[in-house]
Write a protein that binds this ligand. Structure first.
Ligand SMILES: O=P(O)(O)OC[C@@H](O)[C@@H](O)c1c[nH]c2ccccc12
Length: 259
């Protein structure tokens, strides 16, 4: 079974919620990647979403844009990222999901990208600018047993959510805001109902992401879904050396079920 699918299945059996932090590969240099991944693993993350730096990150807010710029300035390429992940794959146990825009993958060549992901032990990919209608282009990834994570948003209709969740693999990424990535203070009132609706329709776990940045956000959001994804706040914490706050966020995802 795919390592990510298995990790999520273990969460379900243990009645735990999933927590997936996002980091930008090459931010601070790729030599930092192993210690970041091990820190997140030891803090109790279920998996890690690893961003591929890209010059035109259309879905990203300022924090991730800046992290991408820093990484590109360090000269990080997708090839380097996959090489580094391959190098450390026996030491890092948690599943790694690559997050990248379609251009980066197409420019690399999909056949080669798939092969290199396999040898690096990548479990899943998130390609946010690829709607299900275009997914066939990336079928080599799926055929290799790497899950392709699909996204739904607050504005997706019930019909659209049904289409997207049918045949979904790994988990469904439920975007919690109408906008780009980045920390938020509050969320739309309809968020809980939206997540419950996606959960009713989805055959795979539903994880919510975008804007989640405090332990309260984590606790509130996971009441209505199977886990959360946190990006911008994690990047900020690593930047400012406040790793203890990362622990608090991850811990918040474990609180609910223990009570
Ligand atoms: O940064 P936030 O608001 O916590 O959102 C998660 C996010 O960072 C991560 O999943 C992500 C980063 N870039 C993306 C682009 C599209 C979808 C998802 C993402």
């Amino acid at each position: 079974m795919n390592k990510l699918t298995k990790a999520l299945e273990e969460c379900r059996i243990k009645q735990e919620k999933a927590f997936i932090p996002y980091i930008m590969a090459g931010d601070g240099g790729l030599e930092r990647l192993k210690s970041q991944l091990l820190f997140l693993e030891n803090s109790g993350a279920t998996a890690v979403e690893l961003g591929i730096p890209f010059s035109d990150p259309v879905a990203d807010g300022p924090v991730i844009q800046q992290a991408g710029i820093r990484s590109l300035e360090n000269g990080t390429t997708l090839r380097d990222v996959l090489k580094k992940v391959k190098e450390i794959k026996n030491e890092v146990k948690i599943p790694i999901i690559l997050m990248g825009y379609s251009n980066s993958l197409m420019a690399y060549g999909l056949k080669e990208f798939t092969e290199d992901c396999l040898s690096a032990g990548i479990s899943g990919c998130i390609i946010p600018d690829v709607p299900i209608e275009e997914e066939a282009v990336f079928s080599s990834i799926k055929m290799a047993g790497i899950v392709l994570i699909r996204l739904v948003t607050l504005t997706s209709s019930k019909e659209r959510i049904t289409e997207i969740t049918a045949g979904a693999e790994g988990f469904i990424y439920a975007v919690t805001v109408k906008g780009i990535t980045g920390t938020r203070d509050t969320f739309a009132g309809e968020l809980g109902d939206y997540l419950k609706k996606v959960k009713e329709l989805s055959p795979v776990p539903v994880l919510a992401g975008f804007g989640i940045s405090t332990p309260e956000h984590v606790r509130d959001t996971i009441k209505s879904c199977d886990g959360v994804i946190v990006g911008s706040k994690i990047i900020e914490c690593f930047e400012s050396g406040k790793q203890d706050q990362i622990n608090e966020l991850i811990q918040a995802s474990k609180d609910l079920v223990r009570k």
